[in-house]
Design a protein around this ligand. Structure first.
Ligand code: ADP
Ligand code: ZN
Length: 433
């Protein structure tokens, strides 16, 4: 089944023409409404009319997370706040989150995009779908929620955190679809096992998994343990949220909703656009957004566009798995974490020296984060109460900045290994194989 045959299966020529038209309109919009882009275009002697076809996109400037940060909180909104009907936030590289805003039209496009994904997976209005992504500032929960509702499925806003209740709902309501992170799907299957249950005691048939990288091995394990078909869903808040790209029944690369999100692959060092098939950094232009439209946003995700057409009938281009990141962002329990965020919290507290190490692991399918931090020599105390208070204070600050809990380990002065040259701040023990 295809949700929007007109758009998902249009000929490449027609699609490129549509993309060119939309790009022209978009550039006109940001030139007049986003001071950042107006200035960048003026620096390049560019007027909106210089952008006529999609090939002209290379004339336009890139946008980075740093640019969003420099214009915090609302500098990239191209619509007045009276038109912005929803705001979400994702992690910034330091204390400030990245704020994204949506107009009513943006939300309509978002829910349609998710309905396309779910349809590609085989979800129909007859399905009962449990949304196990976090609800709140994070785009996963509400994004999947409204998309599934738009499709007409029955939606259960289970959210994260309460696995026992989740399993109970899966069983009692005969839930057939689930959307969550792939690692949570594995965790859920372990929890089932612990209760003496198996895939035969639940009714799930389809899963939409994303927000973090995963592998074919994980897919196999999830499919076996839960008795389902497991599909990838990809997205990022800056561009929209989940639903930017999705697998189809062929499970061979993720189709990009190219009529809304124009992809390019660039060399992350030089910014040069790379030909189809070559691995590089994924860049998106939001062709139809009106709340916070972005030109050539650098996702820092590494992948390659795939040549050839897909057997499913969709003509939109696919990318292979996300192969890594060109920056140091970690994804822990589906939440983006930058080491610099931890550093900025530590620097705020005079008791600590700026020597720290993040140790990330996956235990029983749940990501764990340990933050080791050195005390300043004059702050080291034999009084246990004092040390516990300090640890708790840091843990509390980290939780509020990162949105996930970290296990804080206070270290003696000079105990964290120093490295010459670029310091190593992260040990990631998770093996995605
Ligand atoms: P999301 O709600 O989709 O996690 P965020 O903006 O919080 O949105 O995070 C976006 C980042 O998460 C992406 O740039 C990418 O690194 C990662 N991500 C999202 N979906 C996937 C996926 N299916 N596979 C690999 N990485 C993903
Ligand atoms: Zn396909």
């Amino acid at each position: 089944m295809i949700w929007n045959k007109n758009k998902e299966c249009m000929s490449r020529e027609e699609l490129r023409e549509l993309q060119g038209k939309r790009l022209h309109k978009l550039v006109d919009l940001v030139y007049h409404n986003t001071p950042f882009y107006r200035q960048k275009m003026q620096e390049r002697d560019l007027l909106p009319d210089d952008i006529q076809t999609i090939d002209d996109i290379v004339k336009l400037p890139f946008t980075t997370k740093q640019d969003l940060r420099d214009n915090y909180p609302l500098g990239f909104m191209a619509a007045p706040m009276s038109e912005i009907v929803r705001v979400h936030a994702s992690s910034g590289t330091t204390g400030n989150p990245t704020i994204v805003g949506y107009t009513r039209r943006d939300l309509d496009i978002w829910k349609e995009s998710i309905a396309r994904c779910l349809t590609a997976y085989g979800v129909t209005r007859g399905d009962i779908v449990s949304v196990g992504y976090g609800y709140g500032l994070f785009t996963g929960g509400l994004g999947a929620h409204y998309g599934a509702e738009h499709l007409g499925a029955t939606v259960i806003p289970t959210s994260t955190g309460n696995t026992e209740k989740h399993i109970r709902l899966l069983r009692d309501l005969k839930v057939t679809g689930i959307a969550c992170t792939p690692s949570y799907a594995l965790y859920l299957s372990e929890a089932l096992k612990k209760q003496g249950l198996s895939k035969d005691d639940i009714h799930l048939r389809i899963g939409a998994f994303g927000a973090e990288p995963w592998t074919e091995n994980m897919r196999r394990e999830i499919e076996e343990n839960l008795g389902i078909q497991a599909y990838n869903i990809y997205g990022l808040s800056e561009i929209m949220g989940p639903g930017v790209a999705y697998e189809c029944e062929c499970k061979n690369g993720s189709h990009i909703a190219e009529d809304h999100f124009y992809p390019e692959i660039i060399n992350p060092e030089t910014g040069e656009v790379l030909p189809i098939g070559q691995e590089g950094e994924l860049v998106f232009t939001t062709l139809t957004k009106s709340g916070m439209p972005l030109l050539r946003y650098r996702t820092k995700d590494l992948t390659a566009l795939m040549p050839g057409t897909c057997e499913c009938g969709r003509t939109s281009v696919r990318f292979t798995r996300i192969l890594g990141r060109s920056d140091d962002m970690l994804i822990i329990r589906g939440i983006n974490v930058f080491p610099s965020q931890v550093e900025s919290v530590i620097l705020e507290m005079p008791e600590f020296s700026p020597q720290y190490m993040l140790v990330v692991d996956r235990k029983n399918n749940l990501d764990t984060l340990e933050v080791q931090v050195e005390l300043r020599p004059d702050c080291l105390s034999d009084e246990l109460g004092q040390m516990i208070e300090l640890r708790n204070r840091l843990a509390g600050r980290l939780k509020s900045v990162l949105s996930i809990s970290a296990d804080v380990k206070l270290m003696e002065p000079n105990s964290i290994p120093r490295s010459e040259g670029k310091s190593k701040r992260v040990i990631d023990k998770r093996i995605l194989a």
